[in-house]
Design a protein around this ligand. Sequence first.
Ligand code: G6D
Length: 352
Amino acid sequence: MMDQTSFGKMPDGELVKQFCLTNSHNVSVEILNLGGIIRRWLIPKDKDKHTDIVLGFDTVDDYLSDDSYLGALIGRYSNRISKGKFNLKGIDYQTDINLGDNCLHGGNNGFNKKVWKSTVLSSGDNPSIMLQLSSPNDDQGFPGTLSVKVIYTLTEQNSLKIEYFATTDQITLYNPTNHSYFNLSGHNSGSVKAHEVQILASYYTPTDKNAIPTGEIAKVDDTPFDLRSMTAISQPLSSDHQQIEYGNGLDHNLCLDSYIPHSKVATYVGKAVAIDTAINLKIYTSMPGMQVFTANHFVNKKGKNNTDYQAQQGVCFETQFYPDTPNQPYFPSATLEKNENFYAITVYEVLF
Ligand code: G6D
């Protein structure tokens, strides 16, 4: 089922629409055409009650003034590019700088702040919405006109499928993700420290104190990033490992063991479980990396239903290419060639 409502207006008056996708098990996902934001994800509980498993806001202004990308589609480049600089085929580029002296999540006016063209693809079983965006040449300093399409589908197996498509008229970078903050006990239930997680990654990319990768692809063995067996999030968060100190918690890219270049198949890469609600989230993707981030900087962030979000109130599983890839020759390439057809898929399956 698909229900379309008005969510609000942009400063220039453009309408922001909300699409509520509901399946036959009464799971609902609310998606905005602003930034492709996942605003609510409702898991049925008792009669007429539900658990909302993602953090979010209640107004357009809250989303436009947010610096944490709650629920948003990210582009052109998820995570960081060191000093916003990179070179493609001998040409140097400089992107917008919006975090220290680096570029984060495609610059200050990234895809999360854009109103995407929206088309309902299916309003019956497996409700589906297509969002499209044309990013012009030199948008935030990135080369080429990039035509992007993202299709969200809520399946009868309680999975949200996110498919990314893109083409460009000249060589560029493209590294998309969705930046949802999950709390499987409920967005307003406090810390996710008691969640248990598993991530099938034998390596990770250590960073400097500004979250820029050193270039090393390091083994997770004997580090807080070894999440290959179910681990309470509190465990890595309580580590005195230098990388945890740099991130002020978990805020690192894990190198997924399943990655096969140019694969179009979403492979199981991990899961999270809330012990109190027994809600499970399984993650599948075709992408090479996943930034695991525990909202370490939140302080009284006013969210939905007047909830104050604090540090570690959500956990992100941002499937993506590695950070700063254009400057790291040994990282899987995030370069998109002229007229190449980009495709990536991530699936979040909820069991309850
Ligand atoms: C912080 O380092 C983190 C990023 O990974 C995250 O995406 C952002 O907050 C919202 O900068």
